[in-house]
Design a protein around this ligand. Structure first.
Ligand code: ARG
Length: 577
């Protein structure tokens, strides 16, 4: 594998055992790429924690380790910096060897999972008859990137689009629809319908009463009611699908497994919660208490699973969904990509499920929260009139703005501007979302996300475009271009070291479920490429054939990493812009 980390870790562990005995097998050698070339290529920070345990000076411990350290061929003699950092440096020939290995590896150093799992990812999950908003954009885009990364690693990913397609709100929607006699609605009408129905529900007690009766009919399986419900669900599903298509999201209608799916299971879930003693009566309702969760008054906080009128709730459905994902879908790892406001719900759900023993230790439960999208004023992202910003409008605007930018920059591409604008505009929209620290709020800014400089999709795509144009100029085919790599210039070296981090960057996303780590990596890679390109001419006539071929391979590797990395984020590339 084109990553020396394991080799270095093993050698360091052996040196520690040789110096200090076998008592430190648990010690993490803390090997990481050095962030400054003056500290070598990799650095190991184990001397500090080890010194603490030995009650000795870190510098002495580092010296003892280095004395015993046998790295084999390909490394300079290790040096020690500061209080006891061990600096490790690869020799040019060894680096060239890693570059050759990357060049021959279709997966660019991303290992295939040795123990492939079934991973169930709950993401997107919008609500029927409601507009998808930027919160759903985040869940959709982040979830899709995670699904792509885990699939690429060889895991079986089961997407679950947990759409809100059930609940008492359908009473008013259906009642209003039937009273209005409207059929064949588009999504705009659906959102309007929701507003009108809600207005009537709040203002007309008689309507509210009929809406409640309608809920009873829906739950009782009344045919006419169910038919209207089904048409609402189908129309929304078609609408969501069109958005996924435009955004290049891998979800299909077959991935929809909405709240209604679990409805028939809920009485059984309640029975089990009661039988296990988890659910108890409280003021007529049935609730689950979870240790350590209290309300503002310090009273135990209930998760209501059945209301006093017998109705089930969001939480009840999530007990059913989680049980289904573990025992029917056989998920080894369950991931829920849902905004940070639902953090407490998921923490309590997971704690309860663990305590009940529905998920044993082998099942990993990951709640993946994300922050809100803010306007440039730092407040919740809204339209000027204070309405929720519709996702479709954002998509339209992203495509248009990017197409205009392409035309302005490169009038020759006028004919292709709209096609390029689609890829780059959508890419910019998604990348802005993915590249910000996931749990933090981020400010939505067209100018920033479409900028050709900075950590943006256009910057990365532009680096890719530049490499395509180098190959066009050379009259060569980028795909599969290969030759031995030579590493002499410090900028070549820096670039190879970066390329070697592609695999670790992808792996860190799978572990942390933070796509911005891959974004940061790609940004650093593109920056290293620009610096390399500035200092290391590729096609200039005074460059020898060997060096040119080697540099072209480096260019090709960067292009592949950018294309593949962006693809894992769900973002496409173009070869001109
Ligand atoms: N439909 C919900 C919403 O819009 C998100 C559902 C998330 N998934 C879940 N299993 N609760 O907020």
């Amino acid at each position: 594998m084109p990553d020396p980390t394991r080799h270095l870790e093993d050698a360091l562990r052996a040196a520690v055992a040789a110096c200090f005995g076998d008592g430190f097998a648990d010690l993490d050698p803390l090997v990481q790429p050095a962030n400054n070339p003056k500290f070598g290529d990799y650095q190991a920070n184990l001397a500090m924690p080890l010194a603490k345990r030995l009650d000795r000076k870190p510098r002495d411990v580092a010296e003892a380790i280095v004395d015993q350290l046998d790295l084999g061929d390909g490394y300079d003699t290790p040096t020690i910096a500061g209080p006891g950092f061990i600096n490790l440096t690869l020799q040019p020939a060894a680096l060239a060897g890693f570059a050759d290995a990357l060049s021959a590896d279709e997966r660019l150093g991303v290992p295939e999972a040795s123990d492939p799992q079934t991973v169930v990812i709950d993401y997107s999950s919008p609500n029927v008859a409601k507009e998808m908003h930027v919160g759903h954009l985040r869940s959709t885009v982040i979830g899709d990137a995670l699904a792509r990364v885990l699939r690429f690693q060889g895991h079986t990913v089961i997407a679950q689009n947990h759409v809100g397609d059930w609940g008492t709100q359908f009473g008013m929607l259906i009642e209003h629809l039937l009273e209005q006699g409207t059929v064949g609605l588009g999504q705009d009408d659906l959102t309007a319908l929701y507003k009108q129905a809600k207005q009537r529900f709040d203002a007309e007690p008689a309507f509210a009463e009929r809406a409640k009766q309608r809920v009873v009919k829906l739950q009782g399986g009344d045919e006419q009611t169910l038919a209207v419900w089904k048409s609402l669900v189908d129309q929304s599903a078609a609408y969501f699908d069109a958005i996924y298509e435009r955004l290049g999201i891998e979800l299909t209608p077959a991935d929809i497994c909405g709240e209604s799916f679990y409805n028939p299971m809920l009485p059984g879930i309640i029975d089990r919660l009661v039988a296990d003693g988890a659910a108890v009566e409280s003021q007529g309702a049935l609730v689950v208490f979870v240790d350590g969760y209290t309300d503002r008054e310090g009273e135990p906080l209930p998760m209501i699973v059945r209301k006093s009128d017998g109705g089930y709730l969001y939480a009840t459905t999530d007990f059913a969904a989680t049980d289904y994902r573990i025992h029917t879908l056989h998920g080894d790892r369950l991931i829920y990509v849902v905004g940070a406001p639902q953090r407490q719900h998921f923490e309590m759900l997971f704690a309860a499920i663990r305590k009940l023993g529905w998920a044993d230790e082998s099942v990993r439960l990951d709640y993946v929260p994300f922050g809100s999208v803010l306007g440039e004023d730092g407040k919740m992202f809204k339209t000027r009139s204070g309405e929720t910003v519709r996702l479709v409008d954002l998509i339209d605007e992203a495509e248009q703005r990017a197409a205009t930018a392409v035309k302005e920059k490169n009038p020759d591409l006028a004919d292709d501007a709209s096609a390029i604008g689609k890829v780059v505009g959508i890419g910019a929209l998604k990348y802005a979302d993915l590249s910000s620290d996931r749990v933090k709020d981020y400010k939505f800014s067209w100018d920033r996300m479409l900028a050709l400089e900075g950590n943006t999709a256009p910057y990365l795509v532009n680096a890719y475009v530049r490499i395509c144009s180098i190959f066009r100029k050379a009259g060569l085919d980028l795909a599969g271009y290969t030759a031995p790599v030579l590493v002499n210039d410090p900028n070549e070296k820096a670039l190879v070291l970066r390329l070697m981090q592609f695999g670790p960057a992808v792996e860190s996303v799978a572990e942390s479920l933070e796509p911005h780590r891959l974004c940061n990596y790609l940004y650093d890679l593109a920056s290293a490429f620009h610096k390399f390109y500035e200092h290391c001419p590729v096609l200039r006539s005074d460059v020898s054939d060997d060096v040119r071929a080697s540099r072209l391979v480096l260019c090709r590797l960067v292009a592949t990493a950018l294309r593949q990395g962006l693809n894992l984020l769900g973002i496409g590339v173009v070869d001109r812009m």
